[in-house]
Design a protein around this ligand. Structure first.
Ligand code: IMP
Length: 212
């Protein structure tokens, strides 16, 4: 019997692996982390866009692996701050700075800014590098507003200050499945699922692919 096609996701984040596994579960694909494939390399994210960084990460893993490799890059863009923190979202005020402090600092920078000018979005780009060298990327976006204080305890990062007007809640007040249904990452992943389906039909079977 043919082995399942494997996909390597360039992340250490167990939550992201679970999320992608859920979304791709009907595709007969096995999703593994780079670590599970025995690949441990650190990559410098020196691109100037989410897309460049996602491609940099996926290519780095693809160089040492013959499977389909996926990587993502995401962040928060605040219009009033000219798109900050953007690609520097994780590094904003330092990687180790607690998000309660980062969130308070962003709210402070928007002090006195009226509701209609507090617009922001989470953006996620997923890059796929295929064994034949082809690269495909997909993007997902969720639009919202920066709140006036932290609200909610689910999610992570900037979720407690990211208010979604249509839902009347911050993304930290959504359950995991509610967030996946509307989030930037959920949208980008579902688009990537369609790309994978197309590519796998065109590419035929991948039975002989083996990862080092
Ligand atoms: P990365 O794509 O894992 O490098 O994430 C980039 C950074 O963007 C995270 O460390 C968070 O600061 C922020 N971010 C990305 N997605 C989310 C989200 O869904 N909620 C809250 N913060 C996020």
């Amino acid at each position: 019997m043919a082995e399942k096609t494997k996909i390597v996701f360039a992340t250490q984040n167990a939550g992201k692996l679970k999320e992608i596994g859920e979304i791709l579960k009907d595709l007969d694909i096995k999703v593994l982390s780079a670590k599970e494939m025995g690949i441990e390399i650190s990559v410098e994210e020196n691109g100037s866009t989410f897309e460049e960084n996602a491609v940099i990460k996926a290519k780095a893993i693809a160089q040492v692996c013959e499977e389909i490799v996926l990587a993502d890059d995401s962040g928060l863009e605040i219009d009033y701050l000219n798109g900050e923190p953007g690609i520097y979202s994780a590094r904003y005020m330092g990687e180790d700075m607690p998000y309660s402090i980062k969130n308070a600092a962003l709210v402070k920078r928007l002090e006195g800014v009226p509701e209609e000018r507090r617009t922001a979005r989470f953006v996620c780009v997923i890059a796929a590098v295929f064994p034949d060298g082809e690269i495909r990327t997909t993007q997902g976006v969720i639009e919202g507003r920066i709140g006036y204080e932290e609200k909610g305890t689910n999610g992570f990062g900037y979720d407690p200050i990211f208010y979604v007007p249509e839902l009347g809640r911050t993304t930290a007040e959504l359950s995991d499945s509610e967030k996946n249904a509307v989030s930037h990452r959920g949208k980008a992943l579902r688009k990537m699922k369609e790309e994978l389906k197309k590519k796998m039909q065109i590419g035929g079977n991948n039975e002989n692919i083996d990862c080092k």
